[in-house]
Structure formats: structure tokens, C-alpha cells
Design a protein around this ligand. Structure first.
Ligand SMILES: [Mg+2]
Length: 208
């Protein structure tokens, strides 16, 4: 089970590039308002980002800037944000088992990101996107039955929660990339820690 943001794809860099493009195109005040509406929409939806909703709200307030904002959000070249080691890491997963993307996010933007970045093709269509992945463990296990699971994620808290839910059937791999890299979590620590996704093939060899 492979996470996407800051695991296979540099989402920190993507977000900072989008923020800079919004300032360049909407001006500082417009970009700040866009970011406020983004945070509001996210908290209204229990922490899930919904870009269509953000664009809708922004368009009501600032109709003159709505097209420019939509062009930036819709035009992100996601494929440029894959980590250099991502292809090799997913290939190593195919040698060890069946890789599946397990990602959090909204069903439009996050699915588009996974498709257009090329990640969906790397996992041959095995993509699951939920509002909060740890709330859908039973569905994941029904869809992809296995004796053993390996989860790869940049968030220690998510891995810890999944260990509590799946117990000894799960081996967790913490990829310390992105702004959550040093965040620690209460509960079970990760079984393996790697500094970047480049290290996944070697970690899988030790697990298998
Ligand atoms: Mg992540």
C-alpha cells in the first residue's frame, strides 16, 4: 500500500509552486484570499481538500480572477513532481507482490493527480483514494486480499494507526520525506524507516 503525497510525489514542492503561481497570477491579495478559502473548505470537509469547491467559492467572490485560478489548479504538471526513485521503487514492489496506491484526498483532484503524474500506470490501475485511509482498512483488505501487507507512508501517525488496526499482518515502512518527516507518533513505531523512496527496494528485500 503506497501513499502518494510526499511518498511517491514531492507534494511540498508542488504546493509551493502552485502558491507562487497563484501570487503571480492573482496578486498577493487574491492569492491570500484563495488560500483562506482553501483552508475553510478543508475544515468544512473534515480535513479533505476539495479544489472544485475552493474554485467555486473563489469564483463567487472574485469572478474576474476565477479563470486564472482554475487554469493554475487544472494545469499543474504533476509528472514533474515524481521523486527520481519512484519508478524503481514501484518496480521493486511488483517483484515483491502487488502494489496498490492508497491515498487520502478528494475524489476529483487526488485521482487526477495520481493519473496525470503517471503513478496510476505504474501500479497498473490499482488505485484507492479515500477521505481518510485508516477508516477504510476493511474495504482495502476485501478489495486486495492477502496474508501480509506492507504499507509505505511519510506520516508516522498513519502507519502507527494502521499497525493498531492490522496488527502483525502489516509491516510499516516510514519514508522520511517532506514536512512530516520528523513528526513522531504515539503508538507502535514503524517497522522500517528509510530516508527516501530510493531506499524502498532494499527495505523490501529485508522484509521479504
Ligand atoms: Mg503522504
Amino acid at each position: 500500500m503506497l501513499d502518494v503525497d510526499n511518498t511517491l510525489l514531492d507534494n511540498d514542492r508542488l504546493k509551493s509552486d502552485v502558491a507562487a503561481a497563484l501570487v503571480a497570477s492573482l496578486g498577493r491579495a487574491g492569492a491570500e484570499r484563495f488560500s483562506e478559502l482553501y483552508e475553510q473548505a478543508r475544515s468544512d470537509r473534515d480535513g479533505v481538500v476539495d479544489y472544485l469547491e475552493v474554485l467555486r467559492r473563489f469564483g463567487i467572490e472574485q469572478p474576474d480572477l476565477a479563470n486564472a485560478a482554475a487554469a493554475i489548479v487544472d494545469g499543474v504538471p504533476f509528472e514533474r513532481y515524481l521523486y527520481p526513485g519512484t519508478r524503481g521503487a514501484v518496480e521493486a514492489c511488483w517483484a515483491a507482490g502487488t502494489p496498490v496506491v492508497l491515498s487520502d484526498g478528494d475524489p476529483v483532484y487526488q485521482v487526477a493527480k495520481i493519473e496525470r503524474s503517471g503513478i496510476a500506470a505504474l501500479v497498473r490501475g490499482g488505485v484507492l483514494v479515500y477521505d481518510h485511509k485508516e477508516r477504510h482498512v476493511a474495504q482495502v483488505m476485501r478489495r486486495f486480499p492477502a496474508h501480509r501487507y506492507i504499507m509505505v507512508d511519510d506520516k508516522a501517525a498513519t502507519l502507527s494507526r494502521m499497525k493498531e488496526l492490522m496488527g502483525g499482518r502489516l509491516t510499516s515502512v516510514h519514508v522520511r520525506q517532506g514536512h512530516y518527516a520528523d513528526e513522531e507518533a504515539p503508538g507502535p513505531p514503524p517497522d522500517r524507516t528509510i530516508p527516501s523512496i530510493d531506499g524502498l527496494a532494499a527495505a523490501l528485500a529485508l522484509i521479504a
